[in-house]
Ligand binder design. Structure first.
Ligand code: GLY
Length: 369
């Protein structure tokens, strides 16, 4: 008899993450190899906040002080990347510092977390291009007019900064960026583009670029998940119904495009579907985003988003749990298919959002994004 698993419990996650601490040690993990061992990247890499973020999350959910002890050195470690020249940090300071410095400040009141969080917010705000009303995603001369869909998650750092400083200018930048992303990056059918290219001097829109998706008109599944979650957050931060409508439109596309096991292919519109790897990280991000969306819709709509989130989490638990010996929680994730990097492996952000979504199902109320 095949037994269907429901999602992992907090107790099971507690056991698993305790093992991860022993296995991962001082590493800054991003992706596993085929044996389930996480790599160890330099802390300027965009994913450096997710492992400490997972520890902070487990601290918040379980009250276990050992998680805090493991997590608290990370904001300073990542902060060191601000000193590098040429510049190595980019728009992903949102992911990196929301999950470290801001988590620390919000949970413990540590003023150092506030200092580092605001430093990161000022850096992110400084990437704003007022001619085009977008936040520049990456560094490099050829990319100075590029905005990307993932940044919808990073702008939560700006909303947070406005809250703690009582200065609306950070949120104003976030709103301009969200409006631009909505205008050029979210299609009528709710699918999204990855990269948006603008003339950095005039601010005019040039074109969409496929990026980590297959093509400029395809639908990179993780990009769709970032957008779904990001617009739901933007609504929570602003009360702007346009963002709520955008999040719903993206969610409808995402849900309708899911296969039976609820784990999307790496790109919903990829051409070679027979051989296409899946991306469990997109599913985990979308599940947490859908639970966010569920909070803000009327009672009669809640089952649409909450139900989809639960199906996705069950699909992940039944079909994408990493084997027990692995240092990761989920497997079958795909990082960057077009360049052949991290295909069908475990990714630390998949692990983080799977746990975050389960924490929400168990009543976790703090919001970081
Ligand atoms: N933010 C980059 C990615 O989702 O791969």
């Amino acid at each position: 008899m095949i037994t269907q698993k429901t999602v992992l419990t907090i107790e099971q996650l507690n056991e698993k993450v305790t093992d991860m601490i022993k296995q991962i040690g001082e590493k800054s993990p991003h992706a596993t190899n085929k044996d389930g061992h996480y790599d160890d990247l330099t802390v300027d890499w965009w994913t450096s906040g997710f492992y400490p973020g997972l520890l902070w999350l487990m601290h918040d959910v379980t009250g276990e002080v050992s998680y805090q002890k493991e997590a608290e050195g990370w904001s300073r470690k990542i902060e060191a990347a601000f000193d590098a020249y040429p510049i190595v940090l980019h728009h992903d300071v949102g992911f990196q510092f929301l999950l470290t410095a801001v988590m620390d400040y919000e949970q413990t009141g540590n003023e150092d977390g506030l200092r580092i969080g605001l430093k990161a917010a000022n850096y992110l705000a400084g990437r704003f291009n007022p001619a085009g009303n977008f936040i520049k995603a990456w560094n490099g001369d050829e990319k100075k007019g590029w905005a990307i869909i993932d940044c919808m998650m990073n702008i939560s750092l700006l909303y947070w900064a406005s809250n703690v400083t009582n200065d609306p200018s950070y949120a104003q930048i976030a709103n301009h960026h969200a409006d631009t992303t909505l205008k050029y990056g979210v299609r009528e059918d709710g699918s999204t583009s990855h990269i948006l290219s603008f003339d950095p001097y005039e601010g005019t829109f040039i074109e969409a670029i496929g990026g980590q998706g297959e093509a400029s008109d395809s639908a990179w599944s993780r990009g769709n998940a970032w957008a779904l979650y990001g617009f739901a957050n933007a609504f929570r931060h602003t009360g702007n119904e346009t963002y709520l409508a955008a999040a719903k439109r993206i969610a409808h596309y995402f849900i309708a495009a899911l296969p039976k096991d609820s784990i999307p292919l790496w790109d919903f519109r990829c051409t070679d579907r027979e051989n296409a790897p899946k991306d469990s990280s997109a599913a985990a991000i979308a599940a947490s985003g859908l639970l966010e969306l569920e909070e803000y819709v009327p009672e009669n709509e809640k089952p649409i988003y909450g139900g989809a989130a639960k199906s996705i989490l069950e699909g992940l638990t039944n079909n994408a749990l990493a084997p027990t010996h692995s240092e990761a929680i989920l497997t079958h994730a795909t990082g960057n298919f077009p360049v052949g990097r991290d295909v069908d492996v475990s990714l630390i952000y998949g692990d983080y959002y799977y746990v975050e979504a389960i924490a929400k199902l168990n009543g976790w109320k703090r919001r970081i994004f």
